[in-house]
Design a protein around this ligand. Structure first.
Ligand SMILES: [Zn+2]
Length: 263
C-alpha cells in the first residue's frame, strides 16, 4: 500500500478538507506534513474575485526547508495565496499543528464557495431540483456533515441512473425484473450502453450505494463522497458534451440550409 494516499495532498488540504478534521501523521510520514507547511507550489483553483479559475501562489514569508519534522508542534500557521492575475485576490487558510497532527481551523473564502463554481455549469443538464440538492450536498460536506451530504448525492446519482434506465426499457431482450432486484454495480453494468465508460469500468466503487442509510457511518459517507460526486460529474460532463455537439450540428444544419437557399 502506498503511504502517500493515506494523507490529503496540500491541494486537498486547502481546497477539499472540511474544517476541524484532524489529520495524524505517522513518524515515517512527517514529510507529507512538511509539504503543506512549506507549501510553495502553484495551485489552480477558482478565484471568486476574477469569477474564474486562476493560478495561485503563496504570499508572505514562510519556512522552506527539507527537514520533514519542521512543522511538528508549531501551533498555528497561515497559508495565504495570491491570484496570479491580481495579487490582492487572496485565499487565506489557518492551520493548527499539535504534536504530529494538523487541523485546518479557518479559511476565507469558504470551502463551499471555492467548490460551487465548478458545478455551476451542470445547471444546464440537471433538473433544477437536483441541481439545488447538488449544491446543498457540497455545502454540507464542506462542513463535515457526512450522512446528510451523502443522502443528497445518492439521490442525484440514482436519478441519473434511472434516467439512463428509461432509455433502455423498450430495447429488445431487456430484463426488467433482473434490473429491479440488481445491486447498483450490476445496474451500472446492465446500463453500460447508456453510461460513460469510466463509470462502467469502475462500477465496484458504487457498491456503497446499495447499503441502507442506517448501515452507513459518518466517516464512511465522507470517504465515499468524492467518489460518488466524481461519478455524477462524469455523467453530467457526458451530457454537456452531447448537448454541445447537438447544438453545433443544429447550427451547421442551419448554415448549410441558408447557404443552399442563397445559391
Ligand atoms: Zn483573481
Amino acid at each position: 500500500m502506498s503511504t502517500v494516499s493515506k494523507y490529503p495532498t496540500p491541494k486537498e488540504f486547502l481546497i477539499d478538507l472540511p474544517l476541524y478534521e484532524i489529520v495524524t501523521f505517522e513518524d515515517e510520514d512527517l514529510e507529507e506534513g512538511r509539504k503543506l507547511y512549506c507549501f510553495n507550489e502553484t495551485l489552480d483553483t477558482y478565484c471568486p474575485e476574477c469569477n474564474q479559475h486562476s493560478i495561485f501562489s503563496r504570499l508572505g514569508n514562510y519556512t522552506t526547508t527539507s527537514d520533514a519534522s519542521v512543522w511538528v508542534d508549531q501551533g498555528r500557521f497561515v497559508i495565504s495565496l495570491g491570484c496570479s492575475r491580481n495579487r490582492s485576490h487572496t485565499l487565506f487558510f489557518l492551520f493548527q499543528a499539535d504534536g504530529q497532527t494538523i487541523q485546518k481551523i479557518g479559511q476565507l473564502p469558504s470551502i463551499a464557495s471555492l467548490n460551487l463554481f465548478d458545478v455551476k455549469k451542470y445547471s444546464k443538464v440537471l433538473d433544477k431540483k437536483y441541481f439545488q440538492e447538488l449544491t446543498k450536498s457540497i455545502g454540507l460536506a464542506s462542513h463535515g456533515v457526512g450522512v446528510g451530504s451523502f443522502v443528497y448525492l445518492r439521490r442525484i446519482f440514482e436519478f441519473l441512473i434511472e434516467e439512463a434506465h428509461g432509455n433502455v426499457t423498450s430495447v429488445e431482450g431487456w430484463n426488467e425484473s433482473t434490473y429491479t432486484t440488481a445491486r447498483m454495480a450490476e445496474k451500472i453494468e446492465m446500463l453500460k450502453t447508456q453510461l460513460p465508460d469510466f463509470l462502467v469500468e469502475n462500477k465496484s466503487m458504487y457498491s456503497i450505494l446499495s447499503k441502507g442509510i442506517h448501515e452507513l457511518s459518518e466517516n464512511e459517507c465522507l470517504a465515499a463522497f468524492p467518489v460518488v460526486k466524481l461519478g455524477i460529474e462524469i455523467i453530467l460532463d457526458d451530457k454537456l458534451e452531447k448537448m454541445r455537439r447537438e447544438q453545433k450540428l443544429a447550427e451547421a444544419k442551419k448554415a448549410i440550409a441558408s447557404l443552399a437557399s442563397s445559391l
